[in-house]
Design a protein. Structure first.
Lengths: 243, 314, 291
């Protein structure tokens, strides 16, 4: 049974059809890349899966359970996590406290006994080390560089101990080596057991990362398969050259 | 400092304030002091919702007046001791806060703000039309001249308000340092990201509105006994709405200290000003200060102090 | 049936006329809140300001209040543009509108009311014009001219704005600015400038609304606060950003209030708008014609 099953998902904004009957199945442990031209609906799809937006038609099943009607935080509790396209840190909290929030509100919600303060600190430390932000624990988000903010964004998503991570354009505006950094990080996370869907424009990163590639154009899925064959698909080429 | 210790410290300070005031042997100190204490409580209550979660309540007067009119209602029906009235007021106002929140908090923060403003007008309409509590003519409350605990009755009211202030401050500080406080801060900073992190934002917002409303109602409960003659225009007065916002905004909204500073400063200033200049000019100054601070020093006095300290450290 | 047919008909008429006036009051907010997404709760304060200006010029020089308001349109427009500039520089630019922006406008609302109290006191003020007093009778129907004339002016105002928004470049840019700032920039129009113009127009409408208000009823500084609930109730009921929706919402509210006033007493009228607002928010937040 797939971890995430999206069936016939549709979303409109007034007269504009953002998503038109999307079918998508993501299996446990996969590394899936999601690409498509600007405005093709990738972020809208993520928002609908997470519950931030409500879809007009179609269903989302996660881990066998229907997600319809569940609020975003309830979906997070069940193991879905997402990072945002433009990092959205909690600006009045320190880096460490940013990580504390999902620990307090998601991890604790799943456990019978809440984490003790010492454990909380330890986990924050582990997460910071995981993304290479040790030493920045006491800083405020506004004192971080672009790369560091994106790492914080990913670390915060990981703090919720998700089964599925939807990473929305985690690498825009980064240099080549920074991009490689993040891709390696994501592959490491995946090897640790997290299923990851990466939405990206940077083809290098997508090709290196993905075991499977899904292409969205104007709200419709036009390709879904191995990265090499999808890239050579004439429809996909047309979609991109047409831009 | 652990919250338990803070509570004891606060009680100690309160006792010191009370006996210090008694030594001055001037009833005016108690009358003016009561008003300042009332503002501290209102500002602190407002800040739990406005400062911590970022949801603005324009209708503080509504909750305050609810508490006051609950007292009037019971005065006419069956007089109860003020501490009991305070509890009742807290429950009634808390429920109204919860209700208003439930209807409007699933939508944008702006709608909640507008709803609170309209709530004040509507509640005033109800009260004006309700003859049992005096309607637009107002209601007389005959207060005892003496109280067995303190002597002059105003001192009893002052003491009660002191107790409520201690309660409010301990509450606010306790929240700030707790898991709940983190949750509130994330709602203020970025509600969407908070949800994504697993924070049940609606539930927390409802906690904030209920608590905030309840505290404001409690602030209003002793008011009829303080003032002796309660009219809708004084219970729903302009000064409550603007002060409960101006005091935290000017003092600083991110901590329990801000509303305290703002209320003490602005409250005392207004007490002095009402005696020397007209009360309308007094309110004008408050309004101008609010707009001024909001534009120039959005983090209030606390923010200015922090900036200054950070500047010195460099 | 015991119910007086006359009373019913005239309650409806009064409601429709009142609704027309409410549309004039709300149309500015339909622009600032519906299109620009700015919660200007100080809108009623500007209306009251408009009322008092109409009052001064009417009492001292005998000028017709509606004429005054037309003359004041550019002044109020500039006032609105100026306020938007301050709002933008201080808040919108940093994306921190909510708490501070709301407090800013609340402060403005408050300051305006207190200044008016200081300048004019709390006595009710009213204007005089030939159409205040007489009524136009058609059978059992009563059309008080002091309500009919404002209603007609309001509908003219609405028509003018609708034309502006749909036919002129500026107007269409304003409608677009809510939806697609990028496209706007590509059209070489600065979004900030467009928003400033829109907000200016929004405040300019209050000059007219204020004059109409003081024709319909005597005014004192705190009257503005009653209108906050009404204005946003109508906006939400009609659907944010829809001008025709605003007019329909205004008419509905006008009729509801008129019925309440006729059969239950006028002192209950302010509660109607809040009830409408709450019900709409609870059950159909997108409004009747919302986007």
């Amino acid at each position: 049974m797939p971890l995430l099953e999206v069936t016939g998902l549709s979303k409109r904004f007034g007269g504009f059809v953002a998503l038109d009957g999307i079918d998508l199945a993501i299996n446990q442990g996969e590394r899936v890349g999601l690409i498509g031209p600007n405005g093709s609906g990738k972020s809208t799809l993520v928002n609908c899966i997470c519950g931030t937006l409500v879809n007009e038609a179609g269903t989302v099943r996660f881990d066998g359970e229907h997600m319809d009607g569940l609020l975003t935080h309830e979906r997070t509790h069940r193991g879905m996590a997402r990072s945002f396209q433009l990092p959205r840190p909690f600006v009045t909290l320190t880096v460490a406290d940013n990580l504390r929030v999902p620990l307090l509100y998601t991890v604790n919600a799943r456990r019978r006994h809440s984490l003790k303060p010492a454990d909380l600190d330890a986990r924050c430390g582990e997460l910071l080390a995981l993304v290479g932000l040790t030493g920045k624990a006491a800083k405020l988000p506004r004192d971080l560089t672009q790369v560091e903010m994106r790492k914080l964004e990913l670390a915060r998503a990981m703090a919720a101990e998700p089964k599925l991570l939807l990473a929305d354009e985690a690498m825009a505006g980064l240099s080549q080596s920074e991009v490689d950094d993040i891709v390696s990080l994501l592959i490491r996370l995946n090897e640790g057991g997290v299923t990851i869907v990466l939405i990206e424009h940077i083809m290098r990163a997508v090709m290196r990362f993905s075991q499977r590639l899904v292409v969205l154009v104007s709200g419709k899925k036009i390709a879904d398969g191995g990265p090499d064959s999808v890239i050579r698909d004439p429809e996909v080429e047309r979609a991109y050259i047409g831009q | 400092m652990r919250n338990g210790l803070f509570f004891l410290l606060a009680v100690a300070v309160a006792i010191a304030v009370f006996f210090g005031a008694r030594m001055l042997n001037n009833d005016y100190v108690f009358f003016a002091g009561y008003t300042v204490l009332q503002f501290i409580l209102l500002a602190t209550a407002w800040n739990i919702l406005g400062g911590y979660t970022g949801y603005v309540n324009f209708g503080s007067a509504a909750f305050f007046a609810l508490g006051a009119y609950a007292t009037v209602f019971f005065y006419k029906l069956y007089p109860l001791p003020i501490p009991a009235l305070i509890v009742i007021a807290g429950i009634v106002s808390g429920i109204v806060g919860l209700g208003t929140g439930y209807l409007t908090l699933r939508l944008r923060g702006a709608f909640f703000a507008i709803a609170t403003l309209a709530l004040a007008v509507v509640l005033q309409t109800f009260v004006v039309n309700w003859d049992y509590v005096g309607g637009s003519r107002g209601a007389y409350i005959i207060r005892p001249t003496e109280n067995v605990l303190t002597g002059p009755y105003i001192q009893y009211l002052f003491l009660l308000m002191l107790a409520l202030v201690v309660l409010g401050l301990v509450c606010a500080r306790g929240i700030e340092r707790s898991q709940l406080g983190y949750g509130f801060a994330t709602i203020r900073d970025d509600e969407l990201a908070a949800e994504a992190c697993g924070v049940p934002t609606l539930r927390l917002k409802l906690v904030a509105t209920t608590l905030s409303g309840a505290l404001m109602g409690m602030a209003g409960a002793p008011f009829p006994y303080y003032i002796g003659y309660l009219q809708p225009s004084s219970a729903f007065g302009l000064e409550y709405a603007v002060n409960s916002i101006a005091m935290p905004m000017i003092g600083g909204t991110t901590s329990w200290v801000g509303p305290l500073i703002g209320a003490v400063l602005l409250g005392s200033l207004q007490q002095l000003a009402t005696v020397t200049i007209s009360s309308a000019v007094n309110l004008l100054i408050v309004g101008l200060l609010l707009v001024g601070f909001v534009i120039v020093a959005p983090n209030g006095i606390i923010g200015l102090v922090q900036e200054h300290l950070r500047g010195k450290r460099r | 049936m015991d119910l007086s047919y006359d009373l019913l008909i005239n309650a409806v008429i009064a409601g429709v006329l009142l609704g027309g006036f409410y549309a004039a009051v709300t149309i500015g907010v339909s622009i600032s809140f519906g299109i620009l997404d700015i919660v200007n709760i100080a809108h009623p304060a500007f209306i009251i300001l408009g009322s008092y200006i109409a009052y001064i010029l009417n009492i001292n020089f005998g000028i017709d209040p509606i004429l005054v308001s037309i003359v004041m349109l550019p002044v109020f427009y500039l006032l609105g543009a100026g306020i938007y500039q301050i709002y933008y520089e201080s808040f919108e630019r940093y994306g921190q509108e909510s708490l501070r922006g709301l407090s800013f406008f609340f402060g403005l609302l408050f300051i305006t009311e207190v200044l008016l109290i200081l300048a004019f006191g709390v006595d009710y003020r009213y204007v005089e014009a030939w159409y205040i007093g007489p009524s136009w009778h058609v059978g059992v129907m009563d059309f008080p001219l002091r309500m009919l004339v404002p209603c007609i002016v309001a509908l003219i105002l609405f028509a003018a704005l609708q034309l502006l928004l749909s036919q002129t470049f500026i107007g269409r840019a304003i409608s677009a600015v809510a939806q697609d700032q990028l496209a706007l920039r590509l059209m070489a129009a600065s979004p900030v400038r467009i928003k400033r113009i829109a907000f200016g127009i929004s405040i300019a409408t209050t000059a007219v609304a204020g004059a109409l208000l003081i024709i319909i009823q005597p005014v004192e500084p705190s009257v503005g606060r009653e209108y906050i609930g009404r204005v946003f109730a109508i906006c939400v009921l009609g659907g944010l950003g829809s001008l025709p929706g605003t007019v329909i919402g205004a008419m509905l509210l006008g009729i509801l209030e008129s019925f309440t006033a006729t059969f239950y007493g006028p002192s209950w009228a302010p509660a109607v708008s809040f009830g409408v607002l709450l019900l709409t928010l609870a059950f159909r937040p997108a409004g009747l014609l919302g986007r």
